[in-house]
Write a protein that binds this ligand. Structure first.
Ligand code: FE2
Length: 283
């Protein structure tokens, strides 16, 4: 069964982005929010506390990040810590949790392996779809940080480029609480940089140092359950959340197993091969 109409396919080819309201039900979104809260409760009893920021990282944070591709790990907001201590309740200080819930938790696996998403991946031309990365993004009231202009291909490189981002609003996203913005048609431009491993750390290889021309940027406000499909080369961004309302979202990134996945991509799963849309064994 095909999911997209010809009109939607044409729009996606033209814009590099597609907004599909109601792709997930309110109930499905609620199940995921509840499950994440349970997982965070489990995490609280552990000691994995690290600040996540796209504007700067220290070495130990980097190590923690680089080994998170096959785990369920929390990352906190810059403003959540004071003098090395978590200054707010954990559930209010989290920036995101990642990056393998889709293969490690049955509820997340179900959400990511929804039949309509399998069909959508087929529509998008995937031959051997592989579920690479999942993130639960909090965008907390008042302290939810900015995610700077980027393309997902920069971070999840394949040769040729095959990454697609599936972004799901688990709560209503507006310009006030930090919805996505993108540059329609920008996916036809070459990407400006590549973030990759080098030695024990990472570097950003810059191909084009010019900033994105954000004049043509459009906001992508989304009701709960809306799916935003984002081409791997589409520049996108989200503002800090200065409002009183959280903006929970979930993202899944897909690649094609037919493409080459470089060994210097940040996300490596040495002990856990990537899986497709068939459920992990035991789920
Ligand atoms: Fe992104």
């Amino acid at each position: 069964m095909l999911t997209l109409t010809e009109k939607q396919k044409d729009a996606y080819d033209r814009d590099g982005v597609l907004v599909v309201p109601g792709f997930y039900s309110d109930e499905e979104c609620q199940v995921l929010r509840t499950r994440m809260a349970e997982l965070v409760d489990e995490i609280r009893s552990g000691s994995e506390n690290v600040v996540f920021s796209t504007t700067g990282q220290t070495h130990s944070e980097e190590e923690y990040f680089l080994t998170s591709g096959d785990k369920i790990r929390p990352f906190y907001e810059d403003g959540a810590f004071q003098d090395g201590q978590l200054a707010v309740a954990p559930e209010l200080g989290l920036n995101k949790v990642g990056h393998a819930m889709h293969d490690l938790d049955p509820e997340f696996s179900r959400f990511c392996r929804k039949r309509a998403l399998v069909d959508l991946a087929t529509d998008l031309g995937y031959v051997e779809p592989l579920l690479l990365q999942s993130m639960y993004i909090y965008k907390q009231p008042r302290i939810g940080g900015e995610v700077v202009w980027h393309t997902d291909h920069t971070f999840l490189w394949t040769e040729p480029q095959t990454v697609t981002g599936f972004w799901v609003a688990l709560e209503t996203a507006t310009e006030e609480n930090g919805c996505l913005w993108c540059l329609p048609g920008g996916h036809r431009q070459p990407v400006k940089s590549r973030f990759r491993r080098e030695g024990a750390g990472t570097i950003t290889e810059v191909f084009d140092p010019s900033p994105y021309d954000s004049d043509g940027a459009i906001p992508l406000p989304a009701e709960t359950g809306t799916l935003v499909v984002i081409h791997g080369q589409l520049p996108h961004w989200s503002a800090p959340n200065r409002s009183e309302r959280s903006r929970h979202a979930f993202t899944l990134h897909l690649i094609d197993g037919e493409a080459e996945y470089p060994e210097d991509n940040w996300l490596q799963r040495p002990d856990m091969p990537l899986l497709g849309f068939d459920s992990p064994p035991g789920f």
